[in-house]
Design a protein around this ligand. Sequence first.
Ligand SMILES: [Zn+2]
Length: 140
Amino acid sequence: MSTKSQIRLIRLAIQQARRSECRYKVGAVIAQGSRILSASANLQRNSSPSAFKFATYHAEEAALRQIRFVRNPTVYVARVGGSGNVLLAKPCARCQYALHQAGVAKALYTTDGGSIHSMRILGTLGNTRRGMAVREYNGM
Ligand SMILES: [Zn+2]
């Protein structure tokens, strides 16, 4: 898996995030190697009985809904701010759990500082300290 492919997939996740109509704009791409399996922004829950005013399907959940089981896929997650600036998009505990259940073992995600970080997805909730700097990406 080349750096170039990873940056291409993160850029696609950023494009997805920019299309989000949610308050927090997040995009996710699930890929097997360099092959794209699904891509989605986070989505509003239209007819949710939920009491949460801003309840959404997180981008990772929305992307997972589009795929069937595949071996060893990776998820790429990006978040953008109001001016399109790239922000931290580390998968939350709920998404980590859902990703693990679906066999996704690795996530690459954007950070506030302009890096792509990588983490292993473990099945346990509350796994929040697995981030590791991979590389800088410029020119988004
Ligand atoms: Zn989430």
